[in-house]
Ligand binder design. Structure first.
Ligand code: HEC
Ligand SMILES: [Cu+2]
Length: 357
């Protein structure tokens, strides 16, 4: 349908003195036919009902928009706190929680690796045995750091003191020759050895990782790390020596006390060390008279010593630390009558009592 547009609406005569609206010159009627829209079917005017409806609808639409914005804002805010932690430390940031969860898993796996491979020499709690003590705070403070542990496990026990006959084999499968533990197990061991004692971990089944339940008490078995995070060495203390044997004052294998001072007429008290234990554990010595302590280390390659203390815990006598198989004799000064506990500094679990009477 074609239509010719009507003439331009005539602008009202400008009032005298006013320039607006500006009059436009009458436009030329286009000489060609043009397509135009059909006449309007609907009235442009709104019925009052329709107008009310439009208002209602637009208010609804604004509500929807408002709620949508509120939802987005709440989502952003909640997700923010979920991810970064609620203020005042109410919740832990998600990433940190994840890191500590992974750390916990590592320590719990490391515990199993340790118990299966290391406990027989270093003790179930690192108290030492064939191998040196691992759970002492001064050692854990810096000596047993991640690098050191990795190196010892990759190079073997000779890394510690350069002893080529060290009893500790290579553990890491990256060592030469390769040991039995893969890099994950080494990581887990590192995590376990460095775990702090302010956190309780769960003993888990090696394969299923289910918590182990004590069959008698019905409680889940737990353990804690060894390291005290608040430990600080005494001010001015010498740092822990690179070779653990040096921490006993005299290194294993050093020359014995001068044999010349041994009085051939003095009583001889015999004590042996075998399987990380003294034999016998009860000794008798004459009170008030110097005597000779004959110390027989029958543990091949394992260093021991005898450290005699009085009732107050002060050390009254100490032999060298030396590895078996070897027997050395020491002159011990006279002791007043009483009971004297003695122990091995390398293996604090090795104890006995000397009675002077
Ligand atoms: C056969 C006994 C034995 C076993 C098993 C053993 N170790 Fe050892 N370990 C030793 C001995 C012995 C030394 C001392 C090394 C030396 O100086 O010759 C040592 C030293 C260490 C040291 C260095 C200690 C220090 O004070 O410098 C670490 C760490 C260590 N072992 C960790 C482990 C771990 C972890 C395992 C388990 C994978 C393990 N050991 C298994 C015997 C053992
Ligand atoms: Cu010992």
């Amino acid at each position: 349908m074609t239509d010719t547009p009507g003439g331009e609406p005539q602008a009202p005569e400008p009032e005298p003195g006013s320039r607006l609206p500006a009059t436009r010159p009458p436009a030329e009627v286009a000489p060609v036919e043009r397509f135009t829209s059909p006449p309007q079917i609907r009235s442009v005017e709104l019925t009052p009902e329709r107008a009310a409806q439009v208002i209602r609808q637009s208010s609804n639409a604004r509500w929807v928009g408002f709620l949508a914005v509120v939802v987005v804002i709440l989502f952003v805010a909640i997700y923010w706190f979920y991810e970064l932690g609620a203020p005042l430390g109410l919740t832990e940031p998600r990433l940190e929680a994840e890191i500590s969860a992974q750390q916990t898993t590592m320590v719990e796996r490391g515990y199993n690796v340790y118990q299966a491979n290391c406990a027989r020499c270093h003790g179930a709690n690192g108290e030492g045995g064939i191998g040196p003590i691992l759970n002492s705070q001064e050692k854990l403070f810096n000596h047993l750091n991640e690098n050191y542990i990795r190196n010892v496990l990759t190079v073997g026990g000779r890394y510690a003191c350069g002893d080529p006959k060290s009893l500790m084999p290579i553990w890491a499968d990256s060592g030469l020759p390769p040991g039995p533990l893969n890099y994950r197990q080494i990581d887990e061991l590192v995590a376990f050895l460095m775990a702090t004692n302010d956190q309780t971990y769960i003993v888990r089944d090696e394969h299923l990782l289910d918590p182990k339940v004590d069959p008698i008490t019905g409680e889940v078995e737990t353990f804690t790390g060894w390291r005290d995070p608040n430990y600080e060495p005494a001010p001015g203390a010498t740092p822990y020596p690179a070779c653990w044997k040096d921490s006993f004052g005299s290194a294993a294998g050093e020359s014995a006390a001068p044999a010349a001072s041994i009085d051939p007429n003095a009583d001889v008290v015999l004590v042996g060390a075998q399987n990380i234990a003294f034999d016998p554990t009860a000794l008798t010595a004459p009170a008030g008279a110097a005597f000779t302590l004959s110390f027989d280390n029958r543990d091949p390659g394992i260093p021991h010593d005898v450290q005699i203390k009085d009732g107050t815990g002060a050390v009254v006598f100490k032999t060298d630390v030396f590895a078996g198989l070897e027997k050395r004799e020491y002159p011990v000064p006279a002791l007043p009558a009483g009971a004297y506990p003695f122990s091995c500094t390398v293996h604090p679990n090795m104890t006995g009592t000397l009675t002077a009477e």
